[in-house]
Design a protein around this ligand. Structure first.
Ligand code: ATP
Ligand code: MG
Length: 474
């Protein structure tokens, strides 16, 4: 009840981005409850050093927000009135980075603290869509607060004095668990369309209700994401997929119509029942891993999100190219190419994705590939992917189980496993004769090209063909 009341009151009060930034409210420790012991020693040390030199220095942004919400912060950022050069001079192990926003990375042991100088409230340099191109004018703390995106992100914690400076009622919004933007939402999205993605991610990750004023303009302004450089979109997309609430985020992206600029294939994927199930299970697994403190490689994530599209495109290519394997490899390139138009997937990530995909048909032929494949640098990621496919009902789970047993077996046990290939393994089908016959034709082609190729029967149970089965044909 009280929370609803607070929300109502808050809704009536749009956050105005006043010129000069207005006045901040100082909240003492007993009011906000954050103890300085919760701040990383590195961030504390950076603030302490700067303050000793006569500068203002605060822990700012996500870390303060997360601590107020009882969430362990991912990292600690510091904001100061010292210029980047002054910060650089205060720390031997530091360097100035960035052009659009110059910031300083201060290395403290193994931790890197990002130190930003308060931004000015002056109009920043923008492109014809209103997108900020350069923002290196420095200003006061109040002006800096005005330039931040959400009220919950505009809080400044002084770890020495243990107080919070709050310019936009961020603490009250966090207590009411609502995500509100500073200023006019449409203007702020035009300045930086990535803020729309941040709204979705922070809402889902922190369980905050997204204020209607924050949501309303998104559908109309979503196409602005097309003007954002692909590398930045990729970075934001990776954050979103690795935040521990990827499934909720992807659903919300789709609901808001935001995925068109990011994962244009997502609609297609989610419209096929098999694809939808696969993506759901993949993202659920990802979220579980992240919440258990384990890492998830971006390559693996994108491989799962785009897999079903590869299978669909592969089917279409089969009409044009006679060799199934070629159709499969072409499909990989087509899908990555289409995706790459929007999201600048780096070459390294693309290589990881392709490796994971290319391993799949090879897993279907354990007798031929097992001894070599378990030493493949991407074996583990490929096997995880295989297991995911089994979980999604694409293939018989006996196949990943067999590989798992083989990888962990003694030499003697491996010999036995070779005599007991899993049901559906293509080595079981067609017998030796066919393989021998093909081997005569084989000389001209490379081993790698032929690995896992050539059989016509899918790995799945007869009568239950799936798109994945199509891949095994490749
Ligand atoms: P997390 O670290 O959990 O992803 P965060 O809010 O800390 O979330 P960062 O990218 O680390 O995100 O940004 C630090 C702070 O910088 C934010 O809290 C916010 O105050 C400000 N900020 C980041 N991106 C933007 C943006 N696009 N527009 C305005 N302010 C931003
Ligand atoms: Mg952060």
């Amino acid at each position: 009840m009280i929370r609803n009341f607070i929300r109502k009151v808050l809704r009536r009060r749009p956050v105005k981005a006043q010129k000069g930034g207005g006045k901040g409210v100082v909240l003492a420790a007993h009011r906000h409850g954050i103890h300085r012991g919760r701040i990383s020693p590195a961030a504390f040390n950076v603030c302490d050093t700067l303050q000793r030199r006569g500068f203002q220095a605060f822990v700012v942004g996500g870390a303060v927000r997360d601590l107020l919400l009882g969430v362990t912060p991912k990292d600690f950022d510091v904001a100061t009135n010292a210029t980047p050069e002054e910060v650089r001079a205060a720390f031997r192990r530091s360097r100035i980075i960035g052009r659009r926003f110059r910031i300083v990375h201060v290395m403290q042991g193994r931790e890197v603290i990002e130190v930003t100088t308060f931004r000015s409230g002056q109009e920043a340099k923008t492109d014809e869509h209103g997108r900020i191109l350069q923002d290196n004018e420095f200003g006061t703390q109040a002006e800096d607060a005005m330039r931040r995106d959400f009220t919950a992100n505009a809080l400044y914690y002084d770890p020495l004095a243990e107080h919070i400076v709050d310019y936009h009622h961020g603490v009250a919004d966090i207590e009411a668990r609502v995500l509100r933007i500073i200023g006019n939402a449409a203007t702020r999205y035009r300045e930086d369309p990535v803020r729309m993605l941040r709204a979705v991610r922070l809402g889902a990750k922190l369980g905050l209700e997204i204020d209607e004023a924050v949501r309303a303009p998104i559908r109309e302004l979503a196409p602005l994401l097309g003007n954002v450089p692909g590398a930045r979109l990729l970075e934001e997309m990776i954050k979103l997929l690795q935040c521990g609430h990827a499934l909720a985020c992807v659903r919300q992206l789709r609901k808001e119509g935001l995925h068109h600029g990011l994962l244009p294939l997502l609609d297609v994927i989610l419209e096929q029942p098999a694809g939808q199930r696969f993506v759901r299970i993949a993202l659920e697994n990802t979220d579980e891993r992240v919440r258990a403190g384990k890492s998830v490689a971006p390559g693996f994530l994108f491989a799962t999100l785009l897999w079903h599209e590869v299978l669909v495109v592969r089917e279409a290519r089969k009409a044009h190219v006679p060799v199934a394997q070629q159709a499969f490899f072409e499909a990989m390139d087509i899908v990555l190419g289409r995706q790459g138009d929007k999201l600048a997937i780096t070459r390294r990530i693309a290589t990881d994705i392709k490796d994971i995909w290319a391993l799949q048909p090879r897993f279907a032929r354990p007798a031929r590939n097992a001894r070599r494949l378990i030493h493949h640098p991407r074996y583990r990621a490929g096997w995880d992917f295989l297991r995911l496919r089994a979980e999604a009902g694409e293939i018989d789970s006996a196949l990943p189980d067999w590989w798992h047993a083989f990888a962990h077996a003694s030499e003697e046990e491996r010999n036995q496993l070779m005599q007991n290939l899993p049901p559906g393994a293509k080595d079981n089908e067609g017998g030796r004769r066919r393989r021998r016959r093909r081997s005569r034709r084989r000389s001209a082609r490379s081993e790698a090209q032929l690995d896992g190729q050539g059989a016509d029967t899918p790995v799945t149970q007869p009568g239950a063909p799936t798109p994945a089965a199509a891949c095994e044909e490749a």
